[in-house]
Design a protein around this ligand. Structure first.
Ligand code: BJ8
Length: 423
């Protein structure tokens, strides 16, 4: 990635510290990904993206900025990309998934904050991630307390707009979210200098719906008895979907899905027969957090689905494309986004229903409920998740972890025992 040094310098990055990250990533990726056998050819695209992760997409974004486009960085799947795209803006995900950035976050945040928040703040303040440097504006949301307060800290360093998320799902909460989306559109218009029109928004809704459909096709292939793709590879595709251009993302995912469909028809599997199937549920797994998938898939099981924001919550449910007024479109967007079931809502029974439904659809032998350390909302909701799964007769293992490797051995032992127990 050395060709990008000048670009990183211009972005005001800390090159020396960033170099350390560039050095460890290829080894980690090689160990986790390139060690797999019989991967779909289509994964070559995502391997390439990772090999140039801080170069190729950042340089595209900078080029777009030179042409007058604005880049919006987001941290949550409730923020509607459609509005930004309608105003000719670009969205990039910003959630940090590496321990590398955590100490930077700990300089300003309490240590007992979840690693996702600490890594995201650290990546910005330590100036070691080009995406965090490039974004013209960050878009936050009032989901969990840790994020809310972290946005205040980030706002001292970069323009931040925070969307006020409802925490319940009553009719008035749907209206409130539609209104909040309208306010967001005003902010985006001001930033970009472009109007959000019903025509532009209709186009953007189609673009993002197409991306959702393509991601879903890849996930659907994971329902097959013979798994044509590993959980690790599906996760990588999903993680990069937050950063990539949405049209290209859909195109590459559709290509991969075509290949997977062919593999299913040919009876090709990346796992031996009888491999136990695991559904993961819980907190998101931001890139490059591949820890759990790697442990599970080197312990004799396969991850077949993620009921997570880096998973089904990102693509399930489409936005109604038939609305022709901004009012109708904001409402349609609110309806779709409010169908997401994050633990920040109370009550959140919809998530329990999703987990049971998905476990059946993907023929999971067991569920692992994973919580990022210090995420109290998912941790607490684990009580209902695990009780409902037990009642449904689906074996479940609850675990808590962070981005370090210090618990990897212990996790492996527990996960191996769980898989063995599945019979
Ligand atoms: S919709 S899961 S992306 S809020 S893990 S930062 S909740 S303390 S990431 Fe999330 Fe939106 Fe919900 Fe999804 Fe807080 Fe928990 Fe950390 Fe979390």
């Amino acid at each position: 990635m050395s060709d990008y040094v000048k670009m990183w310098e211009d972005l005001g990055m800390d090159l020396e510290t960033h170099d350390q990250l560039c050095q460890v990533l290829p080894t980690a990726f090689g160990d986790v990904y390139l060690s797999q056998e019989n991967r779909p050819e289509g994964m070559g695209f995502w391997d390439f993206v990772v090999s140039e992760i801080h170069g190729i997409r950042p340089s595209e974004l900078i080029e777009a900025q030179k042409n007058g486009q604005k880049v919006f960085g987001t941290f949550c799947v409730y923020v509607p990309d459609e509005v930004v795209i309608a105003a000719n803006g670009i969205v990039t995900g910003l959630c940090g998934g590496s321990q590398f950035w955590v100490p930077g976050g700990e300089k300003v945040l309490p240590k007992n904050t979840c690693p996702l928040i600490k890594a995201s703040v650290g990546a910005r303040l330590d100036r070691t991630c080009p995406f965090f440097r490039i974004a013209d504006m960050y878009v936050g949301e009032t989901t969990c307390d840790g994020k809310k307060k972290a946005y205040e800290i980030l706002a001292e360093d970069v323009p931040v707009h925070v969307m006020d998320m409802p925490q319940m799902k009553r009719a008035e909460d749907y209206d409130k979210w539609a209104h909040e989306i309208e306010l967001f559109a005003g902010v985006v218009e001001e930033q970009t200098g472009n109007k959000v029109t019903p025509e532009k928004l209709a186009e953007a809704i189609k673009i993002i719906n197409n991306k959702r459909k393509a991601l879903k096709r890849v996930y659907d292939a994971r329902k097959a008895d013979k798994l044509p793709i590993s959980g690790k590879d599906a996760l990588l595709m999903m993680q990069i979907a937050f950063f990539d251009d949405p049209v290209r993302c859909a195109e590459m995912c559709n290509k991969l899905a075509d290949e997977l469909d062919q593999r299913i028809a040919d009876g090709v599997s990346v796992f031996p027969e009888g491999t136990k199937r695991i559904l993961l549920t819980g907190t998101p797994l931001a890139i490059p957090n591949w820890k759990l998938h790697h442990i599970i898939e080197t312990s004799g099981a396969a991850v077949v689905c993620e009921e997570m924001c880096t998973g089904t919550r990102y693509f399930e449910n489409l936005v109604d494309e038939t609305q022709t007024t901004l009012e109708g479109q904001y409402k349609a967007l609110a309806d779709r986004y409010m169908k997401n079931n994050c633990a920040c809502f109370t009550p959140n029974e919809g998530r329990i229903d999703d987990i049971i439904r998905l476990a059946k659809e993907y023929k999971a032998d067991g569920v692992i409920d994973v919580n990022l350390k210090f995420c109290s909302i998912y941790d607490t909701e684990g009580f209902f998740v695990e009780r409902a799964l037990k009642e449904a007769g689906i074996p479940v293992l609850g675990i808590e972890t962070d981005y370090t490797d210090s618990d990897a051995e212990q996790l492996k032992t527990r996960i191996e025992a769980f898989i063995e127990m599945l019979g």
